[in-house]
Design a protein around this ligand. Structure first.
Ligand code: ATP
Length: 301
């Protein structure tokens, strides 16, 4: 096999609790994660080491990693999580050939939907197949967490509880079927800033993660919608009131529930009726300040 095409799915957080801060600055979290049917598309091409651009004629040197994309919103050099993932797997598995990775970016960048992490996860999974490495998911996740805390979850996908800094994963029953309306305001939010501001709060909000797990177990979408909660939402919302406005529009237009995902600024609403979600999407498209709007559904592996 010389190349492989792979989809990298975005996620939302149905529940996100920040439970502590470690001395190294990482935060302990308990998060219920859900993949959604919105994805980046990656094509990973294997390039024999002696054909890599620049004439890599030393067999003990790693092959070259090149990234091409239709977007200018992400760096295409070694800062891209795709590059970091490819480099790590090449180093750890002694791969001498190079790779050319073509990224079609559909997931909004810096949105709270794990766009970079899911691309990295796709590289781990894709290169495992392309180079016939036969690595178990657990090994891929061990490598993944070195690239980013959400990467192990993105490798697993579907509905899962994520704990620790994101490396302790428990697969869950798939969330009940529904329609998901996604709206990303035209702003970029720094995850670092949001966590720092959260740390300095006196009164911290903690969603009921266990109740969310039970609601999903029971397949009760109304209860799931009622229990949506995110410790970080208040912080980002304070800085960017548009988040609250979008939520109010969704809730005023028959969303069963609405919440900010991750550290923001994306807001999602859960619906039991696609026409109603489409109608609300139309309404949101007429407002200024919202960049990306999608009507989608959960994606379960
Ligand atoms: P999370 O939900 O995990 O916090 P996010 O959705 O908020 O992630 P990303 O889209 O992953 O944020 O982007 C965060 C930063 O990572 C951006 O500044 C971007 O330039 C950088 N980045 C590096 N590689 C990628 C990639 N492949 N896709 C998107 N962003 C990337």
């Amino acid at each position: 096999m010389e190349n492989i095409e792979i989809k990298a799915y975005a996620k939302i957080n149905l529940s996100l609790d920040v439970t502590g801060r470690r001395d190294n600055g990482y935060h302990d979290v308990r998060m219920v994660m859900q993949s959604i049917n919105l994805y980046d598309e990656l094509t990973i091409c294997r390039v024999p080491w002696n054909e890599t651009e620049g004439g890599n004629d030393t067999p003990d040197k790693n092959g070259r990693i090149t990234i091409e994309s239709d977007t200018t919103a992400v760096p295409l050099n070694e800062d891209n999580l795709i590059y970091k993932a490819a480099k790590l797997i090449m180093d750890e598995c002694g791969i001498k050939d190079g790779v050319r990775i073509v990224l079609k970016k559909n997931i909004p960048v810096a949105a709270g939907m794990a766009g970079g992490s899911t691309d990295a996860a796709a590289v781990f999974k894709g290169m495992n197949s392309l180079f016939e490495l036969g690595l178990e998911q657990e090994r891929l996740c061990d490598m993944g967490v070195k690239t980013g805390a959400d990467v192990p979850y993105c490798i697993m996908g579907g509905t899962a509880l994520s704990e620790g800094i994101g490396e302790i994963l428990t697969p869950m029953r798939a969330m009940p079927g529904c329609i998901i309306l996604i709206a990303k305001p035209d702003i970029s939010v720094s995850t670092g800033y949001v966590y720092t501001a959260f740390d300095s709060l006196k009164e911290k909000m903690h969603p009921d993660v266990d109740a969310m797990i039970s609601a999903i177990d029971m397949g009760d979408i109304r209860e799931v919608s009622k229990l949506l909660g995110n410790s970080l939402e208040g912080v980002t919302q304070e800085e960017y009131p548009i988040i609250k406005e979008i939520k109010q529009i969704m809730l005023g237009n028959k969303a069963l529930g609405a919440l900010m995902s991750g550290s923001g600024p994306t807001v999602f609403g859960l619906y039991d009726d696609r026409a109603q979600a489409e109608e609300t999407a139309k309404m949101l498209r007429q407002l200024s300040g919202i960049k990306d709007i999608f009507v989608t559904e959960p994606y379960n592996v």
